[in-house]
Unconditional design. Structure first.
Length: 267
């Protein structure tokens, strides 16, 4: 008796780790339901512009942020990265302004879902720049007290922003907590953002940023022209070594560029 030989399985197509797996119907429905459940927010363009936030619409003032968006998105997608921290060596470098402009620039990409988190909880400023009041401070979610959906506002269909209305006195314990990576993972699982931007504290004025660094894929440093020193940038690079990839340095507050920004390359 001849035993038939088993028919081999067809070869599987090579998978690209940089691409997202195709979601199931149930996952797609849950994704849209999660985003639709976020409280919608309409922003005032005049208020944004008065706070040097220009990327809510296309135009010459938004162009530098659109260029930054394109390069950042390309690098993150090529490496399969989802989380980027935006920080600065010291205060008053404009990192929160850059983070918000970048998020609003990403919002104009229809196929990109992004989330901006205000992790600088000692000196929150995003709500003031947006002209909004958060329904619940992000700090409550990071403590495990409230769900993320209660803290986030949705801009359009594809950008969620979670801010803080007041400084959190327990910022350091929140960021050092074992719950932080679980909270970020919960956001990633529920809302599946293409990019999650974390507006983080200045690196050289507290240890808060280093508590966050191991939970992100890459970091952008915002330096203030004629204020930030090369020594300060070098110190930030040394501290980040082994924690997260440093994409580059954004040179902010350049007088000769008016409302725009300049930024160092990270090719």
């Amino acid at each position: 008796m001849t035993v038939p030989r088993p028919i081999p399985d067809p070869p599987r197509a090579a998978t690209n780790p940089r691409l997202k797996p195709i979601p199931s119907v149930q996952e797609t429905r849950a994704f849209h339901a999660a985003w639709d459940a976020l409280r919608p927010c309409t922003l005032d363009p005049d208020h944004l512009s008065s706070h040097r936030v220009f990327a809510h619409g296309s135009g010459i003032d938004a162009m530098p942020y659109d260029m930054l968006r394109t390069r950042l998105f390309r690098h993150m997608r090529a490496n399969g990265w989802r989380r980027v921290a935006i920080t600065s060596p010291t205060a008053e470098c404009g990192k929160s302004t850059v983070a918000l402009n970048l998020a609003l620039s990403l919002q104009r990409l229809r196929d990109c879902h992004s989330i901006l988190l205000e992790m600088d909880m000692r000196r929150p400023s995003l709500a003031d720049m947006l002209g909004t009041t958060p329904p619940v401070d992000l700090a409550h979610f990071l403590r495990g007290d409230r769900p993320f959906g209660s803290a986030a506002l949705r801009v359009g269909d594809n950008l969620a922003i979670a801010t803080n209305n007041a400084p959190a006195p327990d910022a350091a314990p929140i960021l050092a907590s074992r719950y932080l990576p679980l909270a970020l993972g919960d956001i990633q699982k529920t809302y599946a953002p293409d990019i999650m931007i974390l507006d983080t504290p200045p690196m050289l004025q507290s240890h808060d940023m280093m508590a966050i660094a191991s939970h992100v894929d890459c970091v952008l440093i915002v330096a203030a022209a004629e204020v930030t020193t090369t020594k300060e940038i070098d110190q930030c690079e040394r501290e980040l070594s082994g924690q997260a990839e440093m994409l580059g340095v954004i040179l902010n507050k350049c007088r000769h560029q008016g409302a725009g920004i300049g930024y160092g390359g990270y090719d």
